[in-house]
Design a protein around this ligand. Structure first.
Ligand code: SAM
Length: 230
């Protein structure tokens, strides 16, 4: 599938095995490309790169070196192909925290991790086909967020910046507190109210039954959290 919903994603190609860029991707890109000081000359890690859309935006914005990490080989191949098609030199790595840490630290770390709360044992009636690993993140949505917060100081150079995008339903406060606990300076720098997409629509009844959201809710707030290492 070639996406044309946004100028940023117009040249990004995905498949049914790879997360197609959407509002969370675009919100993260908007915040990353308007960071004070810009990206020129910086080293950037895009952790959980998927199609590579955020990494490509970083490289297009003048980053000196971009590393893109994803544990899904299909996603990594997709990110590599999109980078080559864009004529950009991005180091795409199949892996997770160990690989990201081994190639770091970085001036800027960006991540749109899986953050959708999901039943511990998947109920086939609410499980969508496709790359559920791209969004499912355990009952509290924090399967990747918590280790990412814990790893943040080691991923960043001093004065480095981390940007994470997530939903209010995976614990904005928990992310802010977790990043402060590891010594980072933290702000919520962007919020965007969006209609539920197909995944959240499919989860809404389960989340309501679990007490994770109000009945009848059909919108969520996406947030971008910025953390700096001083
Ligand atoms: C929500 S998608 C984001 C894709 C892309 N960055 C974007 O914004 O459009 C999350 C991605 O994280 C990857 N992923 C999930 N768990 C991971 C982990 N522990 N380490 C690295 N990548 C992971 C998935 O394979 C998926 O491609």
């Amino acid at each position: 599938m070639t996406l044309s919903a946004s100028p940023i994603s117009s040249d990004i190609t995905t498949s049914d095995k790879v997360y197609a860029p959407q509002e969370d991707s675009f919100l993260l890109i908007e915040q990353m490309t308007t960071l004070p000081g810009g990206l020129v000359g910086k080293t950037v890690l895009d952790f959980c790169t998927g199609s590579g859309v955020v990494a490509i935006a970083a490289a297009s914005s003048g980053a000196d070196a971009v590393t893109a990490v994803d544990l899904c080989p299909d996603a990594a191949q997709c990110a590599h192909d999109n980078a080559v098609a864009a004529g950009l030199d991005i180091d795409v790595v199949v892996g997770s925290f160990a690989e990201a840490l081994a190639a770091g630290p970085y001036d800027v770390v960006v991540s749109n991790p899986p953050y959708v709360p999901a039943p511990a044992i998947q109920d086939q009636s609410i499980r969508l086909t496709g790359p559920t690993q791209a969004w499912d993140a355990s009952v509290d949505g924090r399967l990747v967020l918590d280790p990412l917060c814990a790893a943040a100081p080691d991923l960043l150079f001093t004065n480095g910046t981390l940007l994470i995008v997530q939903s209010e339903y995976s614990g904005t406060r928990q992310t802010v507190d977790a990043l402060r606990r590891v010594g980072l300076h933290v702000d919520v720098i962007a919020e965007q109210r969006v209609e539920f997409g197909p995944v959240m629509k499919s989860r809404a009844t389960w989340m309501w039954e679990q007490g994770l959201m109000d009945e009848g809710c059909h919108e969520e707030t996406l947030v971008v959290i910025m953390a700096t290492k001083r």
